[in-house]
Design a protein around this ligand. Structure first.
Ligand code: DX5
Ligand code: ZN
Length: 218
């Protein structure tokens, strides 16, 4: 199975000190920075654009894992690639030609990833796996749009199906990950863990990152 990695979501950082938030995550031992991009249409909230990815690239050395919660990702991938994204995640529910958009991400030299909402059937992404259009799958364990929501354990069945189909793929989980939910997500095959509110609420983020990693590995 691919490596276990911890990806703090800067949606939970102090927006007045975002660069410091990124640096804090890196110093705590994070493997990637997770940047939640929301357009106010695909989800009810508005968050960051490509300039925030640029800011994070300038603040840290670790890769940028960019989650596009936008209706028309095909119109934005070039800007996010140029800003310094390493992985670009598009939603299967978005209004784009998924195959073309994932191919365009790869053509820009970035890692393509497909994301699915809690209610979306796992079969919807089979084509992406069978044809290896993606390097990563992001399974939403909350309804996207806001941090700090409760983990939805019913998505674990989808993770197990994806892991059985593709032992090579990175499987990320996003939403409600903390020291109580990380273990069960890992048990069904997740190897990349996004955590926002749990990590940023810590006085000292470092032991929390280590604990998540250790619990996921055991
Ligand atoms: C939700 C975002 C998540 C969110 C996770 O729409 O995609 O990445 O920041 O936040 P927590 O860990 O607080 O659930
Ligand atoms: Zn996210």
């Amino acid at each position: 199975m691919p490596d276990i990695q911890i990806m703090p979501s800067i949606l939970a950082a102090d927006f007045g000190r975002l660069a410091e938030g990124c640096a804090r995550a890196e110093a705590a031992g994070a493997d990637q920075i997770h940047v939640d991009v929301m357009d106010g249409v695909f989800v009810p909230n508005i968050s960051f654009g490509p300039d925030v990815v640029k800011m994070s690239v300038a603040a840290v050395q670790i890769p940028q894992n960019v989650h596009l919660m936008v209706t028309q990702p095909q119109n934005h991938i070039k800007a996010f690639a140029e800003a310094g994204s390493d992985t670009i995640q598009i939603h299967i529910e978005s209004k784009c030609d998924v195959r073309e958009t994932l191919a365009a991400i790869r053509a820009l030299g970035k890692r393509p990833a497909i994301t699915l909402n809690p209610e979306t059937p796992v079969e919807s992404i089979f084509e992406c796996l069978e044809n290896r259009w993606v390097d990563e799958v992001l399974v939403m364990s909350v309804h996207p749009g806001f941090g700090g929501q409760k983990y939805l354990s019913y998505v674990e069945g989808k993770v197990a199906v994806i892991r059985r189909m593709a032992d090579w793929v990175d499987i990320a989980i996003d939403g409600g990950i903390d020291n109580t939910t990380v273990e069960r997500a890992a048990a069904c095959g997740v190897n990349l863990f996004v955590a926002g509110s749990y990590l940023f609420k810590q006085d000292d983020m470092k032991p929390a990152v280590s604990d998540l990693r250790k619990t996921a590995q055991d």
